[in-house]
Design a protein around this ligand. Structure first.
Ligand code: ATP
Ligand code: MG
Length: 629
């Protein structure tokens, strides 16, 4: 009996393996699922029309998208190019993103609908309706007013993934203050640098939160940052974990005390479409973080349209973007995007592996989540723990999956598709940046997908792959990723450094925005992102992206993750060459392989190849403030 059972298991495993191989077979594509197409927000026929209109009449396309939202005053011009590259979207228009995210809903049937589901690491759940959130954001706007914060003042938010951050962010927006969220995993030094650069007058933080079974005492980090943050007048402290903290410094005030004293009515300030909404520093994968500025008008139009079409978001959805609000992904697609769309957004406080490797699957089952959006680094990590974990849970509510942050290797894509989506959920690979604010290259559920490709530019977005002169490259050839036309959620400048904004993004390829990534387009026009142009390998005249080599290494069953750097050395290593050679051909020569338990990553989970390269070549390591470990 036992032998028989073993035999069957082995057969099962073999059968499974075959499926995976078939799914991964060369040229394999994934056709849209009929049941998704029928209900899609963007009908496949309309997709073609949208593409056409996005090409022929950019302004009409985005002008229509903007009509979906609330404006106190209609714009005069959809796109004012007169001060390029400081493009002004919806110039003359007056709006407020928080009005669209909250005030609009409380006048409708959504008033009593759940806006936020919060899952604490302990498993405790909290829910806030749109009306709860609206009242809280109003109170917080009143708190800011009472503390003397005015339109245009900067507020630093050093909070983890807890509901209060979704109160504080729109609360700032309501009064016209500019928020600068600093990821809760950053050190005191990184926090202080960001506070001082933004000259924040106020900081919002929390006593502590739960991560990996421990209480992270965030307020203590703020104490350290405060020793040299001269612009800060007030620190508002949210009480959540209940750990004992020292509040004796006159600058510290409790959030709940302040909130209790304020009315729940606030008249949301009318903002110019191009007034700043927030500053957000980039992840620092390629160098010192840049202070990206986004505004109210164009930004909300861009995130709303992309969320509705790419994730096909419906009011009835429970949407889980498993990022942190400290990154642009969280700004656009945990907080503002889902709230504007009137859907339910999920926030999880803790670590994805706490208390075990099935925590994420358990959360999906518990809340009946419909859409999961996460990063390749998380998918690869969970993949390493095996498919037995998702199998223990009912994931049948899922309709769509998404990924962002790094190129996803086809193995991880297929694992995600098979084991999490049960072959019923297309994987939306979304390429974008802190600077772009919104998805730029991404499919919709109506498109034919290829694992490892982020599909094509979103309608109305003009991304291309070009050579150093700005000429399009042939299919299969690597080149620079550029955007040829402005897009609504684009950054408006780099904070306090407009010259650098021009220099970094708009000076190298004439008339186009330079993203700093390299990619190839295949003969069908699909984009394959290859990594950063700073990291590109130049081997015997061939330009090869790190992603290509890393994906080849990761496709070996004993490799969980890989980082590849170019070294100026002619010596040809033999180690493990066979596998990479088999996948990529003889051009790619591996000089050497070092095995490590962990790769250097940013706190947002991106591999920092520049750190490996600096160590290998004995160069300066540069800014390490965003390094995870
Ligand atoms: P810095 O600009 O400081 O180096 P960063 O570029 O890592 O930091 P982000 O804006 O968080 O900061 O990351 C954007 C980058 O992430 C993109 O430029 C790209 O390299 C990578 N990326 C994001 N999504 C994808 C994706 N779907 N496929 C491939 N790469 C992606
Ligand atoms: Mg970048």
């Amino acid at each position: 009996m036992e032998a028989l059972a073993m035999e069957t298991d082995k057969e099962k495993v073999e059968a499974e393996k075959e499926t995976t191989e078939a799914l991964l077979a060369e040229g394999r594509v994934f056709r849209p699922l009929p049941q998704l197409v029928v209900d899609a927000n963007l009908d496949p026929n309309d997709y073609e029309d949208a593409l056409k209109q996005g090409r022929s009449d950019l302004e009409a396309f985005w002008g229509e998208a903007a009509q979906e939202l609330h404006w106190f005053k209609q714009w005069n011009t959809v796109l004012d190019r007169s001060d390029a590259p400081f493009f002004k979207w919806f110039a003359g228009g007056k709006t407020n993103i928080a009005y669209n995210a909250l005030d609009c809903h409380v006048k409708t049937h959504r008033k009593n609908k759940v806006a936020i589901i919060f899952e604490g690491e302990s498993g405790a759940r909290e829910r806030m309706t749109y009306y709860d959130l609206y009242r809280a954001a109003n109170k917080f706007a009143n708190v800011l007013k009472s503390l003397g914060i005015k339109k245009g003042d900067r507020v630093a938010i050093y909070l983890p993934n807890i509901p209060e951050i979704a109160v504080v962010m729109p609360g700032c927006a309501k009064i016209g203050a500019v928020h600068s969220v600093v990821y809760g995993g950053f050190s005191a030094l990184a926090l202080r640098e960001r506070i001082n650069h933004a000259e924040a007058r106020l900081v919002v933080t929390v006593d502590g939160f739960h991560r990996n079974g421990k209480v992270v005492k965030l307020k203590e980090v703020v104490d350290e940052a405060m020793t040299a943050s001269p612009t800060v007048e007030t620190v508002v402290v949210v009480q959540r974990s209940g750990v004992e903290i020292d509040m004796s410094d006159g600058r510290y005030l409790w959030f709940h005390d302040l909130m209790d004293g304020e009315p729940a009515q606030f008249e949301t300030v009318e903002m110019d479409a191009n007034d700043p909404l927030y500053i957000l520093y980039t992840s620092g994968t390629t160098g010192k973080p840049k202070g990206v500025v986004h505004c109210h008008g164009g930004y909300m139009v861009g995130i709303n349209r992309t969320l509705k079409w790419v994730f096909d978001i419906k009011e009835t959805d429970i949407f889980w973007c498993a990022a942190d609000p400290g990154w642009v992904t969280g700004h656009s697609y945990i907080v503002y995007g889902p709230l504007i769309a009137g859907t339910t957004t999920v926030m999880y406080e803790g670590h994805p592996l706490f208390p075990g490797p099935d925590r994420m699957w358990q959360i999906i089952e518990k809340y009946g989540i419909n859409i999961l959006y996460t990063a390749p680094t998380t998918i690869r990590m969970l993949m390493r723990f095996g498919s037995q974990h998702p199998k223990k849970h009912d994931l049948s509510t899922l309709r769509l999956l998404g990924t962002v942050g790094e190129p996803i290797n086809p193995e991880a894509w297929v694992w995600y598709y098979e084991n999490i989506g049960n072959q019923n959920c297309p994987v939306m690979d979304t390429w974008w940046q802190t600077e772009t604010g919104m998805f730029m290259v991404a499919p919709t559920p109506c498109n034919v997908l290829k694992p490892g490709s982020a599909f094509k530019p979103f309608p109305g977005v003009h991304v291309d792959v070009v050579d150093a002169n700005g000429e399009p490259v042939d299919p299969g050839k690597g080149g620079h990723v550029v955007v040829r036309e402005p897009w609504p959620a684009m950054l408006t400048t780099l904070y306090k450094d407009p010259e650098k904004y021009k220099e970094v993004y708009w000076s190298k390829i004439p008339g186009a925005y330079l993203a700093g990534d390299i990619a190839t387009k295949d003969k069908d026009g699909y984009f394959w992102f290859q990594g950063r142009s700073d990291d590109v390998l130049k081997i015997a005249g061939h330009r090869i992206g790190t992603a290509e080599v890393e994906s080849a290494l990761v496709s070996h069953k004993h490799v969980a993750e890989a980082a590849c750097i170019g070294v100026p050395d002619k010596v040809r290593g033999e180690v493990a060459k066979a596998h990479v050679r088999k996948v990529l051909g003889p051009v790619v020569v591996i000089r050497g392989i070092t095995f490590q338990d962990k790769l250097p990553k940013t706190r947002s989970g991106k591999i920092m190849r520049r750190v490996l390269k600096a160590r290998e070549l004995g160069l300066k390591e540069g800014d390490l403030s965003t390094l995870e470990d």
